[in-house]
Design a binder for this molecule. Structure first.
Ligand SMILES: [Zn+2]
Length: 255
């Protein structure tokens, strides 16, 4: 076992926040050998229970649980901050050409390494992330996340229209690939799968309907997408789905 003495921020089972100005965190193996938290609380109350355990003192630091990032794109690590007049030209000029490179598993794996290094360096241990439309991009991320014990929830992007060659997928195949990836990764260790229509303008109604059917069939997977980020995009979504009551709610005669 080993222990750390510093300020500690933590969350109890009832979800209330607790802050110890002078806390102690004790870590050690459980019955299966996995490193787990054995005790956490005020240093004054706990220290006497762990004689002989080496304590690393970190004055001026705060120990906190791993951060959770609810929206991130692992393949966009190299295009963060690229200049554009808005979302749509940014996708066309930077993101789509860049994401087309993730058809190559070696490249996807290289970027996954940098991405996960950066998450860990910033204290993020759980993230809900987009991959690209290529199934191998999901494999590259998940394999490395599993090896590092990180909780990644990710999905192959669905985009069967208004997308250039290299990232556009095929309606039927995209749904087959999504289901195969759910079976391969969802619930494996700390990993989870998210059905990932990029945004409504990039998906045909057939693809959106298929995504909905998969969500109904696998009710414990996540769903992630984008909605209403930019005025030009909102205008475009309204043109594409004139029957819909809102960007989120589809109201068609057949539904
Ligand atoms: Zn996004």
């Amino acid at each position: 076992m080993r222990a750390y003495r510093s300020a500690i921020l933590r969350f109890d089972d009832d979800r209330s926040a607790r802050y110890e100005e002078d806390g102690l965190l004790v870590i050690g193996p459980d019955a299966t050998g996995r490193q787990v938290v054995r005790a956490v609380g005020a240093y004054a109350a706990l220290a006497a229970n762990y004689p002989g355990v080496a304590v690393e003192h970190l004055p001026g630091r705060i120990i906190a649980p791993g951060f959770v990032d609810l929206h991130i794109h692992f393949p966009q690590t190299d295009v963060i901050g690229s200049p554009a007049e808005g979302l749509l030209p940014w996708l066309e000029n930077y993101t789509f050409p860049h994401e087309s490179r993730f058809a190559d598993p070696d490249y996807a794996s290289e970027v996954a390494t940098v991405f996960l290094d950066e998450l860990q360096r910033n204290g993020v241990t759980t993230a809900l992330t987009f991959a690209t439309s290529h199934p191998v991009s999901v494999d590259a991320l998940m394999q490395q996340a599993q090896a590092r014990g990180l909780r990644m929830i990710a999905g192959k992007v669905l985009q069967d229209r208004h997308s250039p060659d290299g990232v556009r997928d095929d309606t039927r195949q995209s749904l087959i690939d999504t289901e195969a990836l759910i079976n391969k990764w969802h619930g494996k260790g700390r990993l989870g799968y998210a059905i990932t229509p990029r945004f409504a303008p990039s998906c045909t109604e057939a693809q959106l309907r298929g995504a909905g059917e998969l969500a109904a069939q696998y009710p414990d997977v996540w769903i992630q997408s984008h909605v209403a980020e930019n005025k030009d995009e909102i205008r475009w979504a309204r043109e594409l789905f004139p029957q819909s009551r809102s960007y989120l709610v589809c109201t068609t005669a057949s539904a």
